[in-house]
Design a protein around this ligand. Sequence first.
Ligand SMILES: *[C@@H]1O[C@H](CO)[C@@H](O)[C@H](O)[C@H]1NC(C)=O
Ligand SMILES: *[C@@H]1O[C@H](CO)[C@@H](O)[C@H](O)[C@H]1NC(C)=O
Ligand SMILES: *[C@@H]1O[C@H](CO)[C@@H](O)[C@H](O)[C@H]1NC(C)=O
Ligand SMILES: *[C@@H]1O[C@H](CO)[C@@H](O)[C@H](O)[C@H]1NC(C)=O
Ligand SMILES: *[C@@H]1O[C@H](CO)[C@@H](O)[C@H](O)[C@H]1NC(C)=O
Length: 499
Amino acid sequence: MVNRLPTATWGLSVLAACAHAANFPAIPSDKSTPVQQRIAVNGANSISVGWNTFEQLANPCVNYGISPSQLTKQACGTSVTYASSRTYSNAATLTGLTPATTYYYQIVSTNSTVEHFMSPRLPGDPTPFQMNVIIDLGVYGVDGFTINMDMSKRDTIPTIQPSLNHTTIGALAETINDYEFIIHPGDLAYADDWVYNIANILDSAEAYEAILEEFYNQLAPIAGRKPYQTSPGNHEASCEEIPYTAFLCPAGQHNFTDFMNRFGRIMPTAFASTSTNNDAKISANTAKELANPPFWYSFEYGMVHVVMIDTETDFPNAPDTESGSSHLGGGPFGALGQQLAFLEADLASVDRTVTPWVVVGGHRPWYSTGGSDNICTPCQNAFEPLFYKYGVDVGIFGHVHNSQRFLPVNNSVADPAGLQNPKSPMYIVAGGPGNVEGLSSVGANYSTNVFAYADDFSYATVTFQDANHLKIEFVQSSTGNVLDSSVLYKEHAEQFVVQ
Ligand SMILES: *[C@@H]1O[C@H](CO)[C@@H](O)[C@H](O)[C@H]1NC(C)=O
Ligand SMILES: *[C@@H]1O[C@H](CO)[C@@H](O)[C@H](O)[C@H]1NC(C)=O
Ligand SMILES: *[C@@H]1O[C@H](CO)[C@@H](O)[C@H](O)[C@H]1NC(C)=O
Ligand SMILES: *[C@@H]1O[C@H](CO)[C@@H](O)[C@H](O)[C@H]1NC(C)=O
Ligand SMILES: *[C@@H]1O[C@H](CO)[C@@H](O)[C@H](O)[C@H]1NC(C)=O
């Protein structure tokens, strides 16, 4: 959401300016120690590993194998940084993995531990599984959200580790065996909200980096074990959300720089098609060439083809460009028209006899309660016609800080079939996991809305039950209570959907 800072905060900030410096995590004395660990699905038989270090690694490597005592394979990659970062971002891609198998891995360092993950399910594997959705989840602790969403306590509670309860990160840790991967389409650390902790006011460049370090450390116990697939949100764009000021940001803190450094080398492009249809193979190859991770890309996992899109830049009137509605000075990241050409080729390539389900994740919604401020009309104009044409089953968005479910809908008209084999996509907003800006009230209803919740932090789970049934649940983070549950039924009778 847009950060509308109350003027009073600026006044307080100035008064508090003599307070302490940015809340940087301690630097390990062994600077090869991996921090901020994360993994991602990178191919049908491939997982990539990302981690940061406080020194540049000449040869960043990961040892891996199917037994913790026999890490006989090794993958190596690159170690990069940007101006204003304290750390180097490392990435290595593990290939040739046997599908759906527990692997053990150890980042090569004089001070690292053996971790594990399950390798991706092959496209077409009909085994049911759960994917979790978090959007607009930010740092927890001094610079971030609190248990009570109480603004006044935000800078008095100590940093709390993710294993603790009453947070969405805590809930993800508690239920780690229930889901196989996570998608997080945008608004990740909320580093650009450094100003919410008034102690940061004279220290903004460092505070921005400190929040990034804190957030990715908090997430590491989860993201280091479960593939964590990201796409951009407005909070990744620049050092502050003040329109037209991105050029004033310190070097390295504008134009999605940290996001690119951190995730660019570990997100996938698009998978080669395993369809028997030649046109599908050609389309999938085109999508692979046009993909631009971590901004727009796709991957397949068991019964689902997931596309991640960029609702911030790279389509007509995209909001985060200098001329877009948010004026955040970001992008473009591809050639003119590249993202939409990618999306069309990618969706056209999906063989429903291999992956019956197609899910698209992005940041800004075009269906939301709370009035037109919450709607991205340029996004709707750009993406919705392709969603309908190629029969996207579910569109997953955030940006609005609450949980919402909509009936299947096209062009703002509810599909007459409801959840029983609709032609239109079903939409959810899963922006309620918690961040420093707090929750957004549900606000004015929208005609196709069937569920809206903003009383506490929550997130969504998507269970691919079989080729015809997909269950979506919203879960209250603090209790695990299911707030809303629905099952979408789709026949998936056509091998290739074009309507
Ligand atoms: C080794 O790693 C642990 C945790 O990853 C860290 O707490 C510790 O400070 C590191 N030791 C050294 C000597 O850097
Ligand atoms: C969090 O969990 C701990 C036990 O792990 C418990 O002692 C504590 O009361 C819980 N905190 C809250 C606020 O419920
Ligand atoms: C943002 O970065 C992209 C990719 O490096 C570059 O092409 C684009 O020109 C940059 N935009 C601005 C406003 O600097
Ligand atoms: C779906 O929406 C598009 C606009 O996005 C519209 O052109 C099309 O006619 C709609 N299709 C149906 C069947 O309503
Ligand atoms: C919004 O309006 C629809 C249609 O009138 C209604 O079915 C739905 O229950 C309402 N949603 C909420 C959260 O009140």
